[in-house]
Write a protein that binds this ligand. Structure first.
Ligand SMILES: C[S@@+](CC[C@H](N)C(=O)[O-])C[C@H]1O[C@@H](n2cnc3c(N)ncnc32)[C@H](O)[C@@H]1O
Length: 299
């Protein structure tokens, strides 16, 4: 059979996705086509004609996307800053808003050589692996409670290590465990965490409600079932001057900074917005103790 215009197949895909209520039908149609022909989305116009088998493969992917299977489950990857990680059923898909937290964390490491970094609730490993990529001198540790998510993190860690990044140390663990990573107490220059934080019962799009692990998304009636443990564990792990950043629901712009401010050893508590301008993560720094001999004379 003769080759067919890709542009027409993409237009048809866009129409089907629009009818299915997909939020960004044109972008998704183009990304699925780009995935199939193996070019970046911006280079699709360079591929005017494709084999009928490509059109058929696009039709199949589009029919699954129309059933609200997440785009990233169909392409198999999601970006986090400078890297892509593999994702699929059983693991949370990294979100663009978390890249703002990553950027803040990397800036907090400016001037620190050979930093020790901990990513709590690592999921696919996205944050930990992006830090390891950006800071080859860092020693990065990452914790995940769910075995299936941890298997995705291991797969991603192996892929990044094979690509030349410094290996990340992965742990099966619970942030609520008082013994978690005790060997690293007082040693972390940076603790990052994107925990579950959506209040139970919140309305979510089908992509999330039907296809993402609920333990990665929801955290009790108020969405704050996990963050207090993150604050407690993260504070314990920080070295003096070390920084912590915790992502939160946009309704928690006061609650999460308050949890950080309640720890006497933390200072410089602040809240930050995401790319859409919504409150998205809270940060703090572990205070530096001034030794009594060096402190200024009280008089
Ligand atoms: C919102 S996902 C974030 C994953 C990843 N950090 C990211 O940004 O893509 C939260 C992750 O925390 C894990 N998790 C939930 N409760 C936990 C706990 N108590 N201890 C450790 N991990 C937990 C979930 O299994 C899930 O993988």
């Amino acid at each position: 059979m003769s080759r067919q215009p890709l542009r027409l197949a993409v237009l048809e895909a866009q129409r089907i996705l629009t009818d299915a209520g997909v939020e960004s039908p044109r972008v998704d149609a183009e990304l699925l086509a780009a995935h199939l022909v193996g070019v970046p989305r911006g280079r699709l116009p360079m591929v005017p004609l494709v084999d009928p088998s490509v059109v058929e493969a696009l039709r199949l992917l589009v029919s699954r996307r129309a059933k609200r299977v997440p785009l990233q489950h169909l392409t198999g990857t999601a970006p986090m800053g400078p890297i892509d990680v593999a994702v699929g059923p059983g693991v949370f898909i990294p979100r663009p808003e978390t890249e703002v937290l990553l950027t803040w964390g990397l800036a907090a490491l400016d001037g620190v050589t050979q930093p020790l970094v901990v990513d709590l609730c690592t999921g696919s490993g996205a944050l930990a692996l992006a830090v390891a990529h950006a800071r080859p001198d860092a020693q990065v540790h990452a914790v995940e409670r769910d075995p299936l998510a941890l298997s995705w993190a291991r797969r991603n860690a192996d892929m990044r290590a094979a690509a030349g990044d410094t290996p990340v140390v992965l742990y099966s663990g619970d942030v609520a465990d008082p013994g978690l990573l005790v060997a690293l107490d007082g040693m972390a220059h940076l603790v990052l965490c994107n925990p579950p934080y959506v209040p139970l019962g919140a309305a979510l799009p089908p992509e999330v409600a039907w296809h993402e692990p609920s333990a990665a998304v929801f955290a009790g009636d108020d969405g704050l079932a996990v963050i207090p443990d993150v604050v407690r564990t993260g504070t314990r792990l920080l070295c003096e001057g070390g920084s912590i950043a915790i992502e939160h629901d946009d309704s928690h712009a006061e609650a999460v900074p308050a949890l950080l401010a309640a720890r006497r050893v933390l200072t410089d508590v602040a809240d930050h917005v995401d790319l859409a301008g919504r409150p998205r993560f809270a940060t703090a720094r572990r205070a530096t103790m001034i030794s009594p001999q060096l402190s200024p004379h009280p008089g």
